[in-house]
Design a protein around this ligand. Structure first.
Ligand SMILES: *[C@@H]1O[C@H](CO)[C@@H](O)[C@H](O)[C@H]1NC(C)=O
Ligand SMILES: *[C@@H]1O[C@H](CO)[C@@H](O)[C@H](O)[C@H]1NC(C)=O
Ligand SMILES: *[C@@H]1O[C@H](CO)[C@@H](O)[C@H](O)[C@H]1NC(C)=O
Ligand SMILES: *[C@@H]1O[C@H](CO)[C@@H](O)[C@H](O)[C@H]1NC(C)=O
Ligand SMILES: *[C@@H]1O[C@H](CO)[C@@H](O)[C@H](O)[C@H]1NC(C)=O
Ligand SMILES: *[C@@H]1O[C@H](CO)[C@@H](O)[C@H](O)[C@H]1NC(C)=O
Ligand SMILES: *[C@@H]1O[C@H](CO)[C@@H](O)[C@H](O)[C@H]1NC(C)=O
Ligand SMILES: *[C@@H]1O[C@H](CO)[C@@H](O)[C@H](O)[C@H]1NC(C)=O
Length: 528
């Protein structure tokens, strides 16, 4: 198998490429809500591809362009070029058209999703399908306007993205043979998505039940939640016990001295992390949670996983070559060990060459991260959705529930930053309109036809999926739900099934459902 490591650049969840990693360190502060993100998979090769008839067809990285409507409510506004990638390596007449979007990021480099390195290609290979990767509007180079000003972002809504699928499927002329004769009226289409795009998959099934014959939502964050403290709560429960206990002790201590306004203890703690210059204590609390986000980069397969999370835990839990017992070493050692690792190793990896306020502070609205409106700035495009429609602020747990993230971090922390990013839209910190989103697309209450959900127990986004703790949503033949021992979107990747039988089972169940559903495909009856 030719999947190679996605590399250390995926250290933080929103690292999508070398370029954005550098950008992140240069202009994106640490203390902003993180994206959800599916991972890139490296292509086995970029040379010519051969179809089922032995004919050479274009390489996977061939970029195609579709003229997409800027505003589905007002087609007279015109179109923009939406990028996509496409192959018919496994296609035979009658087969399905399988489409995905990498969601909230530049889609260039996601050609691996066309191939059997992912479930997309697995389904294509089994069902004689063709595959498409469509760049989401307002990401990468699929933009209605050439900047991301508030005025330009007017058509950046979940509904417009759903409508994009519809207009694309019915109007695209695919490069494959008879590629203008495979609209959803003539061939079964399957929508696949992971993470935010997994939510979009569920939303599209609810909003346009007849567009896609079948769909696969991987780690789909279907329920929009403003204070998404569940993110850290799942990490707390599944991370090594000693590390969890010690991080809880540190955070509990920090929140305690802040509550008591024990200024000498606060100053001492800041000095331990060389954060004396950081005057806003919620910024300190946010910074202390930073290494925890790397949990999201874990995958069962070592070819896909980035293990930075364990470097953090080792720094706290290995003392003189000895591992801490399950209850950890306790506050005193853990705090010193964390501070020394932070200042000697970690800080330079997240803030190279930057001052502490510039990198970790969130109170200067003139900083580039807030004012840069150039295109292909995925953080900004994502925050527009977050501030308006989805929330998902990764915050401290409510009182009474153990927490590994400071309780100083509450939604107002991110909502305030929304006013810095989009001052023309928000004069006061906005409350994301999650009730409207959940009402429109049914959130956890989704009841659809031929919609498969795959989830991972250790996925920090699981509490926003249909497999959230305490939801107990039932798997049914019409809407099966399969949960493996994976992390975020783990069952999307072929390599994970090779090392984890629970993920192989999730994939097998999903493929079986697709097989059954495709057999019953009927062209939709034209509406009068
Ligand atoms: C492969 O060849 C068959 C028989 O000639 C033809 O019907 C089919 O369209 C070809 N498939 C592709 C993908 O070109
Ligand atoms: C595809 O990748 C190859 C190898 O990296 C490169 O030479 C070629 O220019 C790429 N083609 C496109 C259309 O990006
Ligand atoms: C993927 O497809 C290639 C042919 O394109 C094949 O050689 C390989 O075995 C397939 N991998 C899996 C996991 O099915
Ligand atoms: C952003 O783009 C719009 C549409 O092209 C243009 O009218 C506007 O002047 C641009 N705004 C800025 C601040 O560059
Ligand atoms: C905390 O204590 C300092 C002096 O020790 C004082 O100046 C400050 O106003 C206090 N802050 C709060 C929030 O009570
Ligand atoms: C502490 O931070 C200051 C500036 O914020 C920096 O000049 C100094 O090198 C840092 N010291 C360590 C040990 O990281
Ligand atoms: C304790 O910490 C070490 C080092 O990070 C880790 O390898 C081990 O799994 C942890 N053990 C428990 C019980 O948490
Ligand atoms: C959403 O609805 C709930 C229940 O009616 C209500 O308590 C909450 O304030 C609403 N949230 C928003 C953001 O409107």
């Amino acid at each position: 198998m030719a999947v190679r490591s996605v590399g250390a650049l995926l250290l933080l969840p929103f690292f999508a490429s070398v370029a954005s990693a550098i950008v992140r360190n240069g202009k994106v502060g640490a203390n902003i809500p993180r994206m959800q993100l599916v991972k890139k998979v490296d292509l086995p090769h970029v040379g010519p591809v051969v179809d089922r008839n032995g004919t050479e067809i274009p390489p996977y990285n061939t970029t195609y362009y579709f003229e997409q409507l800027i505003d589905h409510n007002n087609p007279s506004l015109g179109t923009f070029s939406q990028r996509y990638w496409h192959t018919w390596e496994f296609y035979e007449p009658g087969g399905p058209i399988i489409i995905t979007t990498p969601g909230e990021q530049d889609a260039d480099g996601f050609e691996g999703y066309l191939t059997n390195l992912t479930i997309m290609g697995q389904i294509a290979q089994e069902q004689n399908g063709a595959t498409i990767v469509l760049e989401h509007r307002y990401y990468g180079y699929s933009n209605p306007y050439n900047n991301l000003s508030v005025a330009s972002l007017k058509y950046h809504t979940i509904q417009q993205a759903i409508d994009d699928f519809d207009y694309f499927a019915y109007n695209v002329k695919l490069a494959m043979p008879r590629g203008d004769h495979v609209t959803p009226a003539k061939a079964p289409w399957i929508l696949v998505g992971g993470s935010y795009a997994g939510a979009l998959t569920s939303f599209t099934k609810v909003n346009k039940p007849d567009l896609f014959w079948a769909a696969w939502s991987s780690s789909g964050v279907v329920e929009s939640i403003i204070n998404y403290w569940g993110y850290f709560d799942i990490i707390r429960q599944y991370m090594p016990a000693n590390c969890s206990a010690d991080v809880q002790a540190i955070v509990g201590y920090f929140d305690g001295i802040v509550a008591k306004n024990d200024t000498s203890a606060i100053d001492a703690l800041k000095a331990t992390f060389n954060m004396t210059a950081l005057t806003h204590l919620d910024d300190v609390g946010g910074a202390l949670a930073d290494p925890l986000y790397s949990w999201q980069d874990l995958q069962p397969s070592s070819e896909l996983s980035d293990n930075a999370f364990f470097e953090f835990c080792d720094a706290l839990e290995v003392k003189d070559g000895e591992n801490a017992p399950p209850q950890g070493w306790g506050l005193e050692h853990a705090l010193q060990a964390y501070g020394s690792w932070w200042t000697s190793t970690y800080y330079e990896t997240i803030c190279p060459g930057q001052g502490v306020v510039e990198c970790l502070g969130s109170y200067d609205p003139t900083q580039d991260i807030y004012t840069d409106i150039s295109i292909n700035n995925a953080e900004r495009s994502w925050l527009w959705i977050v501030c308006n429609e989805m929330g998902f602020y990764q915050d401290g747990a409510p009182d009474g529930i153990p927490t590994i993230a400071s309780r100083l971090i509450q939604p107002i922390y991110e909502e305030r930053q929304c006013t810095y990013y989009f001052p023309e839209a928000f004069s006061t910190p906005p409350t994301p309109q999650v009730n409207a989103t959940n009402a429109a697309y049914h959130g956890w209450d989704v009841q659809s036809e031929r919609l498969f959900f795959g989830n991972g127990l250790r996925d920090p986004w699981r509490d926003a999926t249909v497999s959230a703790d305490g939801r107990g949503k039932r798997s049914t033949p019409r809407q099966p739900i399969a949960v493996g021992d994976g992390f975020h979107c783990s069952e999307m990747y072929t390599a994970n099934a090779e090392v984890d039988p629970t993920i192989a089972l999730v994939q097998a169940e999903g493929r079986k459902a697709m097989h059954k559903w495709l057999k019953s495909w009927k062209a939709p009856t034209p509406s009068s």
